[in-house]
Design a protein around this ligand. Structure first.
Ligand code: B1M
Length: 210
């Protein structure tokens, strides 16, 4: 079995220590961090999601896979960060209220930091008011929201509405997460949507230019 497949298998089975040592091995082997991420971790997590949807994997097992993924991501982080030339802008990021999914949001935050943005991560379950207060406090350029549940993506609409105050004029909003689409972004008046972390960096860059 190829190393990336062993990485997927360790993630699916929630073998945290094995996944950490396989990640180190892959990096030492010269595998690009982006390949380990896409073909190993994200592929494995997609399978976990499918099994979860079919009722063949349960929350405690999914949490172990999530823990394993976070541990591997911590090892990949320095390799994912490209050298951003200077400070590109400030981003406040969080997963919206009612939603506890953190992995994709963390990945987006890491890639933005790597691209030279100053990122304030508000964590998960973030209320519209908390986004607003952080946006004011941090004098941010962009508010970035993540949602993984069809039920919580509606909360993004509230955040966009809450940010429509005279004080926050000029602050851009961007959204993402598995159920979110470009059409939804347009419908709720967000300034942009990105399907993955790489595209999130491109979007943030273009929002800074507009
Ligand atoms: Co949850 N969960 N989960 N879960 N979980 C999903 C999302 C689900 C699709 C699984 C399924 O049923 N097939 C399903 C949602 C169904 C729906 O609404 N459409 C689901 C459900 C139902 C639930 C619970 C309700 C289960 C329950 O309790 N009965 C519950 C909800 C809890 C809550 O939030 N209130 C729940 C709980 C959990 C765990 C806690 C066990 C765990 C999360 C642990 C953690 O995050 N610390 C978990 C996990 C791990 C998943 C799956 C398996 C994997 C999510 C993940 O981390 N993917 C997920 C199935 C799946 O997505 N395949 C599932 C890897 C990550 C890198 O991808 O987060 O998509 P993702 O991020 C991507 C892009 O979406 C994008 O870039 C990232 C990198 O490319 N992106 C952005 C994300 N945010 C962005 C923001 C941007 C731009 C791009 O700009 C700002």
């Amino acid at each position: 079995m190829e190393l990336v497949q062993r990485i997927s298998a360790a993630l699916i089975e929630g073998r945290v220590e094995d996944l950490e040592s396989l990640t180190r091995e892959a990096l030492q082997d010269g595998q690009p961090a982006q390949v380990i991420l896409d073909q190993g971790l994200i592929a494995g997590m997609d399978y976990v999601g499918l099994q979860m949807g079919k009722g063949e994997m349960f929350i405690p097992e999914v949490m172990l896979s999530a823990r394993a993924m976070q541990a591997s991501l911590a090892l990949l982080k320095p390799h994912l960060e490209q050298s951003g030339a200077g400070m590109r802008g400030r981003v406040v990021i969080g997963t919206v209220k009612g939603d506890l999914h953190s992995i994709g949001k963390n990945l987006v935050a890491t890639m933005l930091e790597g691209a030279g943005f100053e990122v304030r991560d508000l964590g998960v379950d973030v209320s519209p008011q908390a986004f607003l207060e952080a946006a004011r406090r941090e004098k941010t350029n962009i508010v970035a929201m993540s949602a993984l549940l069809t039920t919580t993506m509606e909360m993004m609409r509230e955040v966009v509405a809450t940010l429509s105050t005279p004080e926050t004029v000029g602050i851009k909003t961007m959204i993402g997460g598995a159920p979110v689409t470009a059409e939804f972004a347009e419908e709720i008046g967000a300034d942009g949507f990105a399907p993955n972390a790489m595209e999130a960096v491109n979007l943030a860059r273009s929002l800074m230019d507009t």
